[in-house]
Design a protein around this ligand. Sequence first.
Ligand code: AHM
Ligand code: MG
Length: 342
Amino acid sequence: MVQHTATSVVTIERFIIEQERLHPEATGELSGILYDMGLAAKMIANKVRRAGLADILGATEHSNVQGEIQQKLDIFANDTIVKAMDHGGRLCAMASEEEPGIIPIPDNFRTGKYCLMFDPLDGSSNIDVNVPVGTIFSVMQKITRGRHGELEDLLQPGRRQVAAGYVIYGSSTMLVYTTGQGVHGFTLDPSIGEFLLSHPNIRIPDEGRYLSVNDSYEGLWDEGTKQLMRKYRGLEGGRRPLSVRYVGSLVADFHRNLLGGGIFCYPANRKAPGGKLRLLYEANPLAFICEQAGGAACDGVTRVLDIQPTELHQRVPLYIGSRRDVDLATQTFQHHSELVGA
Ligand code: AHM
Ligand code: MG
């Protein structure tokens, strides 16, 4: 990695170019995808910042000649990403949490060797109460031979991702990404409209401070999950208790734990036996980032990045964060399955 001092101002463009130069074989296509995602993020950030004004402005617009209908923000985010990405000649297919099937590249545009998967506005139900939301994305390389990407290209295990990132629209807007050479965070400077390198080479502490879980589902958890949560809380097993922090917006919960150490859990429960979160749009990209930062991610048994996806909108239980906290999940579930098997 090119070293920068804390005082040098490094835009995301400069950083990506410098990273690319370290790889003479790079064609620049991946860098192009990252720039374009940065642009889409700025457009979404701009809209999210004005979300609280929607009703006032909407009412004014209503009496206007245009009579523009206020679009739901997650649909806006989805369309913004599709339009920012479909014409660059770098992608052969896209898939979004907001759309049922593959999003093809229109015939009048060139296609490339990468596929993009994304959750355009995660946690969007939080928008109305001014809680941070985020965009999550994942890039895979195409494996089929045709011009357009196919389902097979999208349904590859997460360990084959070539890039992944998220944008958090919080008190400031940040873009955090990895291409497999560490995790780097950029903060949007709104006065110049640029993402500036603010968090080079992020490392997650081995053991966390925070536990993020929605424990209103406790009555629906199995015994293994209940015991694991007691361990995290220091009620069993003699561990130092973790502090509970749950925003209910995955990107915000993950981001806090990535910087401060901790674990985010969305366990399977009786009503959601596969968990809630999506493997391709949420778990895989964050698992790649987390591992690159020195952390881990599993579904309770299997490393997330080793799961073979079978459908685009597949769900997965998720335990992600500091390595030792994730290990405790695997050990606890293994112990329970041995007891049940015995
Ligand atoms: P969404 O993709 O419909 O926004 O749902 C995902 C969100 C995550 O951001 C968050 O971690 C989770 O749902 C919260 O779910 P719950 O309210 O069941 O705790
Ligand atoms: Mg989501």
